[in-house]
Design a protein around this ligand. Structure first.
Ligand code: NAD
Ligand code: MG
Length: 402
């Protein structure tokens, strides 16, 4: 039977890789809905190619986009803004939601998909960082399926026993002997460069990732290693483990995508070329496999694989994430919000790359009291503290620029 797919964030980097795979398997997958936010010419071209039934665009663009589709003879329904994303995520005609929006903007639709019991292919790590418990509970309560697209989490998922893949609480069952998870990190473009180089880095240098081609925000997050910090929090929620059971190791070659350590001394790793089409193909076809069209690894051509302990002074964001995970959900929301504001300011050339960690630390520090008093049990609680942290981070950006 054809799987009917909604790709939220279709115009981005994950959207590109996903749609390339969907186009290659028209009998297995049909594109039911798409969404885009900025590059609407690209979204229009995707509508011409895939002829989805529904498409969501920002409110201000609805009329013009609908007219354009009409002129081209396309009968696709155009939906508006966040309500439109939710309509798609909960649509009874949709089997699978690919959550590929970047940042906090992807949270609500991901949660809607979980509440509607969908199969969710999750790229939007920020949704788990902000709403880990709520999202995982919604997945359980509504018999949704959550499959990670993030390459490290997808690698860990592949290295876990099937019973743990199907029920993450089984990770604690002693018979499976799972002792630790190891998240690999490339170390980004500044691994072998100094802090002063990072301080003077241009946006172009920061987004120039050595191994992966990705959207701007995640590329900057990789340069500061905040990406690995967010992934640490993401892994805690996905695999139901405390941060103390998750190690981060720098592996500059990005060949080993992550590992699971077992009590008998075995380390199971998933390896492959650094291409997001592999984890996406895995999740699309799970529990079966499909060809991803990825260049296979040539083991004869691989030189040494290195594993290095991260420098937490240089990559302070990683340390902040571990601390935030220890202090609770509110701190993770605050860190994520501060980081989004700081990264946006860096991309606008208002602050230096190294200011991102400083801004994140200051916002966490200033909001310590709010974090410890906060009782995060609903989406409204999450959005409220997110908004407060964004405001606080904007103040820090202004101070930084002064
Ligand atoms: P991107 O910037 O290339 O694409 C982001 C998508 O989100 C676009 O379609 C954009 O239109 C949409 N979007 C942006 N702001 C929006 C808003 N306010 N409302 C609705 N839609 C909005 O980003 P990406 O690299 O594809 O990353 C997407 C997500 O996947 C991120 O959470 C990222 O951390 C995660 N991820 C990406 C990669 C990768 O290789 N690119 C790997 C692992 C995880
Ligand atoms: Mg990743």
């Amino acid at each position: 039977m054809t799987q009917r797919i909604a790709v939220l964030g279709a115009t981005g980097s994950i959207g590109d890789s996903t749609l390339a795979l969907l186009a290659a398997y028209p009998e297995q997958f049909s594109v039911y809905a798409l969404s885009g936010y900025r590059r609407l010419d690209k979204l229009f071209a995707l509508c011409q190619q895939f002829k989805p039934c529904r498409v969501a665009v920002p409110k201000a663009a609805v009329e013009a986009f609908a007219e354009r589709l009409h002129q081209a003879g396309l009968t696709c329904e155009v939906l508006s803004g966040e309500a439109g994303l939710n309509d798609i995520a909960g649509d009874s005609n949709v089997d699978t939601v690919v959550a590929a929006i970047v940042g906090a903007a992807g949270l609500v639709s991901t949660l809607t998909a979980a509440k509607a019991g969908k199969r969710i292919l999750l790229a939007n790590k920020e949704a788990l960082v902000m709403a880990g418990s709520l999202l995982m509970q919604a997945v359980r309560d509504n018999h949704a399926t959550l499959l990670p697209l993030d390459s490290e989490h997808n690698a860990i998922f592949q290295c876990l026993p099937p019973s743990v893949q199907q029920d993450n609480t089984q990770v604690h069952n002693p018979k499976f002997g799972i002792t630790k998870l190891w998240l690999t990190a490339s170390g980004g473009p500044f691994l072998k460069r100094t802090w002063a180089d990072m301080q003077a880095a241009s946006v172009k240098e920061a987004v120039n990732h050595p191994n992966w081609s990705m959207g701007k925000k995640i590329s900057v997050d990789s340069a500061t290693m905040m990406n690995k910090g967010l992934e640490l929090i993401e892994a805690c929620h996905l695999f139901d483990l405390p941060e103390s059971k998750i190690e981060v190791v720098i592996h500059p070659q990005s060949i080993v995508h992550s590992l699971v350590e077992y009590s008998d001394g075995s380390f199971l790793a998933q390896m492959g070329s650094p291409d997001m089409k592999t984890p996406i193909a895995h999740a699309l076809a799970y529990p079966e496999r499909i060809a991803a069209g990825v260049k296979p690894l040539n083991l004869f051509e691989l030189s040494a694989l290195e594993f290095i302990e991260p420098d937490l002074q240089k990559f302070a964001c990683l340390k902040l994430a571990r601390e935030a995970m220890q202090s609770g959900q509110a701190a993770s929301i605050v860190l994520n919000a501060a980081n989004e504001v700081a990264v946006a300011a860096f991309i606008k050339e208002q602050v230096a790359l190294t200011d991102i960690a400083l801004i994140n630390a200051k916002v966490l520090d200033k909001m310590t009291a709010q974090c410890s008093a906060a009782n995060i049990s609903t989406l409204a609680d999450i959005l409220h503290i997110n908004q407060q942290a964004c405001w606080q981070a904007e103040q820090e950006v202004i101070l930084c620029r002064a």
